[in-house]
Design a protein around this ligand. Structure first.
Ligand code: NDP
Ligand code: 8X3
Length: 250
């Protein structure tokens, strides 16, 4: 499979690694995010098979205007890689900032579902396409401080499951990739707002890398067109879902 891939969150981390990988494999890539200068730098690096697109995932009108708002020759998106997203904070629910919750829901839930809705009709009409979303292990396993972030990733998981039902009878594929601990991106800096605290998250570990995620995306896209992988959960060897907590004498 090759053609046009639309990568959200291409300015950093997974999205940047996925963009580089797909361009090197012959795809044309619409690389989107809010930081225009980073997108322009990517075009400088990767050439004219990359279309930089400044796009805020919380701007519903801009998302709904897709794909018509894309330049001629870029409207028929074959693959949507729903990667843009973020976690904000690790405070317990009772102390969390309302605004952090609102931003995570606006980006990870509303933005992701709106862009998917906007690009699906073209895929269905062409009877060819792929919606590949980056969920998280946080969507399957609860942990302290994950409250709304984990819930947004559970949304991604179930939205992808439900899309598979609606798309049955078409040749449009759907996958949820759910990584665990992954370094080499801005994720923890964004979440914790502090470089030292962010670095401590990965201390003494060998986490997944953005290139590991890009490798998985690349593999999925090379599978025969009749194969649909519903769900992939990835963790580094140093991580496992290691049990429930018990608090005594409360
Ligand atoms: P980064 O912080 O490095 O990258 C996040 C990307 O999302 C950036 O390109 C950013 O672009 C974009 N983004 C955030 N908010 C918006 C917005 N409102 N509009 C448009 N783009 C936005 O994080 P990662 O690469 O690590 O994360 C990518 C995805 O993977 C996220 O969905 C994250 O939840 C998920 N994930 C991450 C894991 C990890 O441990 N790192 C593990 C599991 C899942 P810009 O700021 O330029 O707009
Ligand atoms: C990112 C992985 O464990 O920080 O989604 O939630 S985790």
């Amino acid at each position: 499979m090759s053609g046009i891939a639309f990568v959200t969150g291409a300015t950093a981390g997974f999205g940047q690694a996925i963009t580089r990988r797909l361009i090197h494999e012959g795809w044309r890539v619409i690389a989107s995010g809010r930081r225009t200068e980073r997108l322009e730098a990517l075009r400088e690096e990767l050439g004219n098979n990359l279309l930089p697109l400044t796009l805020d995932m919380t701007d519903a009108a801009a998302l709904k205007a897709l794909p018509s708002s894309l330049p001629e020759g870029w409207k028929d998106v074959d693959v949507l890689i729903n990667n843009a997203g973020l976690a904000l904070g690790l405070d317990p629910a009772q102390d969390a900032e309302y605004s952090d919750w609102e931003t995570m829901i606006a980006t990870n839930v509303s933005g992701l579902s709106t862009i998917t809705r906007a690009l699906l009709p073209g895929m269905v009409a062409r009877n060819k396409g792929y919606v590949l979303s980056v969920g998280s292990t946080a969507g399957a396993y609860a942990y302290k401080g994950a409250n709304v972030y984990g819930a947004t990733k559970a949304f991604v998981a179930q939205f992808m499951n439900n899309l598979r039902c609606d798309l049955l009878g078409t040749r449009v594929r759907v996958t949820n990739i759910a990584p665990g601990l992954c370094g080499g991106s801005e994720f923890s800096n964004v979440r914790l707002g502090d470089a030292t605290k962010a670095a401590a998250v990965y201390e003494g570990t060998q986490p997944l890398t953005p290139e590991d995620i890009a490798e998985t995306v690349s593999w999925l896209l090379q599978l025969p067109a009749h194969v649909n992988v519903n769900y992939i959960e990835m963790m580094p060897v140093c991580q496992a879902p290691a049990g429930l907590a018990v608090k005594r004498d409360i």
